[in-house]
Design a protein around this ligand. Structure first.
Ligand SMILES: [Zn+2]
Length: 397
């Protein structure tokens, strides 16, 4: 049985006409060539052309690295044990606070290039390693500046509720109050974010706190999205539906009730197969069940210092091999569904007339190579807003 998510609308021997930054026409090569002439042509014979990949979940702004934790994880240390040794997110918070805005810009600009040459043309980018108002604003400003600089498009998310900062240990209520009353309105006032996110998890921000934060965001025009049911069936998906979240992410432990709540609310399920992989968990989100219940699924990287994945093609591979999504579903999940998950589907995510011309020439004879062959950069050319911006893994100067 094929799902709705397997409908790719493939055109064999197809061509695309681009007028300035937009898609002007799509059809058979002979038809397009008879109607259009172009100053510049990109030959994609023998290969496939896909929409640019959209990564709907990245913890994009961080300084430093945590390579030592891989060895700790291999030796069996849990996430909480690493945290107790001053590692994990607290280590990254320290490094991100210590970095100046210019340093962060330099680090993140390199990161943006890595994403782009692997085929990401639009990403969601979260703050969340500053956890002081100034450091969160600094992170969001970095996202804004990189987005203006291009070519990668970044959609900003305020994630002040990523963790309880060390200064507020055992005073979660006070921190939530501060977020709702001061930081969220300030972020909105400066127009630095589109989304407000919360790490809704047992012992971090539980349901009540998460609801308060997401509602505070809504009051000032920030769209809700949520880290839901990653380690426990806490009811994050149900909360996502209740507040009208655009996306509920992770969902390893989502219940049947949670799935039907997402379905009724029209919330996208954003699944992040690299997260359990790098946490060395045996459990993955039940993509088959979520899809069969009719909830649209998007795939993201969860790029972060603990899950340093900058290649959307590998996320597609993991979606196939670990979530048992078909290559067609994984491609839809990484393009049009991912665009819906960040509210950009009117502009990007598919090769349709009128949309922004964000496309990839992939060196593969068949779309199923996405997923099947993984770990190799098969993206030969990246077209962003109608311009070739990367070729053979390098940015075009
Ligand atoms: Zn996340």
């Amino acid at each position: 049985m094929t799902s709705e998510m397997e409908n790719l609308g493939i055109i064999e021997d197809g061509a695309i006409a681009i007028t300035s930054s937009r898609i002007g026409a799509v059809g058979k090569t002979s038809d397009i060539l008879s109607q259009y002439s172009a100053a510049e042509r990109v030959d994609a014979a023998g290969r496939i052309v896909t929409p640019g990949f959209i990564d709907p979940h990245t913890h994009f702004v961080f300084a430093g690295s945590r390579e030592n934790e891989l060895e700790l994880k291999i030796k069996g240390a849990s996430y909480l044990e690493i945290l107790e040794q001053g590692g994990g997110i607290l280590r990254t918070v320290k490094d991100t606070r210590a970095a100046s805005k210019n340093e962060l810009l330099r680090i993140c600009s390199e990161r943006a290039k890595n994403l782009l040459v692997h085929g990401a043309t639009t990403i969601e980018a979260k703050s969340g390693y500053g956890l002081t108002l100034d450091d969160e604003l600094k992170s969001l400003e970095v996202i804004r500046e990189l987005n203006s600089a291009g070519p990668l498009s970044l959609v900003p998310t305020f994630l002040g509720a990523h963790a309880v900062p060390p200064e507020y240990q055992d005073r979660v209520d006070e921190y939530v109050e501060l977020l709702c009353e001061r930081w969220v309105p300030e972020v909105a006032r400066r127009r630095l974010a589109v989304f407000c996110d919360v790490f809704c998890e047992k012992g971090v921000f539980e349901i009540e706190d998460s609801r308060r934060i997401l509602e505070a965001g809504k009051r000032v025009g920030l769209l809700p999205r949520i880290h839901a049911d990653e380690f426990f069936a806490l009811g994050g998906a149900e909360l996502a539906a209740e507040v009208g979240a655009v996306s509920a992410d992770h969902l390893l432990f989502v219940t049947a009730t949670g799935i039907s709540a997402l379905k009724s609310a029209g919330t996208i399920a954003t699944l992040l197969p690299a997260a359990p992989l790098t946490l060395m968990l045996d459990r993955y989100a039940d993509a088959r069940k979520i899809i069969s219940e009719g909830v649209p699924v998007a795939i993201g990287s969860d790029l972060s210092p603990g899950c340093w994945l900058e290649n959307p093609q590998l996320a597609i591979g993991l979606a196939c091999y670990k979530l048992k999504m078909t290559p067609a579903e994984a491609l839809v999940a990484s393009t049009i569904n991912a665009a819906h998950a960040i509210r950009r589907a009117d502009e990007v995510g598919s090769i349709e007339v009128g949309k922004q011309a964000d496309m990839l020439v992939v060196d593969a004879p068949d779309y199923r190579f996405l997923g099947y062959r993984f770990g190799t950069n098969m993206v030969e050319r990246v077209v962003k807003k109608g311009r070739v911006v990367a070729e053979q893994g390098r940015l075009v100067a």
